[in-house]
Write a protein of this length. Structure first.
Length: 179
């Protein structure tokens, strides 16, 4: 009887949800990356909440519930969380930024908070005497993830990334590389 009365009011559900209804999305992140999303003293998650206006709830199993009145706010929060929890894929090429130059190579950030080492022998096909001959801090450079060891250290190769792009891996390497 109750269903019949409800059917009189609205026979089929509305195609669109009210613009006033909260948008809620749940995503999963690796448990090991929860600390990256929360940050020291909750600093990172508070910043995401402040910048997006979304409500974020993280469970111990890696479930992240994101709610907001606007779907744009939810999407922006998801994008920010995904950027923080992204993991390097072996064999994948990234456009990274040179963060530090050392005698033995360069540390390149491939996405926020994640960097790897390009050994001097992996900078170019030709022999490189000094890392600074090829790269400088702040350069954007294509790098390929060669390996990730058990401790999470990422080994990168500029030489392999250039070979895939059809480059020879020589030259001064200072031109800005774009994917």
């Amino acid at each position: 009887h109750i269903l019949a009365e409800m059917a009189k009011s609205i026979a089929t559900p509305r195609a669109d949800i009210s613009k006033y209804a909260p948008k809620i999305t749940t995503i999963r992140i690796p448990v090991s990356r929860i600390k990256d999303v929360i940050g020291p003293g909750g600093k990172v998650i508070k910043d995401i909440i402040a910048r997006t206006g979304a409500s974020i709830d993280i469970e111990d199993d890696g479930s992240v519930a994101i709610a907001s009145a606007s779907s744009e706010s939810v999407d922006q929060a998801i994008k920010m969380i995904r950027a923080l929890t992204q993991e390097a894929e072996v064999g994948k090429t990234y456009l990274g930024t040179v963060r530090r130059i050392m005698e033995f190579g360069a540390f390149v950030e491939i996405f926020p908070g994640t960097d790897g080492l390009v050994h001097i022998s992996d900078l170019a096909n030709a022999r490189v005497k000094k890392v600074e001959d090829v790269l400088k801090e702040g350069d954007e450079v294509l790098v390929k993830v060669v390996s990730v060891d058990r401790s999470g250290k990422i080994r990168l190769s500029r030489k392999e990334a250039l070979a895939e792009q059809g480059g020879q891996g020589a030259g001064d390497g200072r031109q800005q590389q774009k994917a």
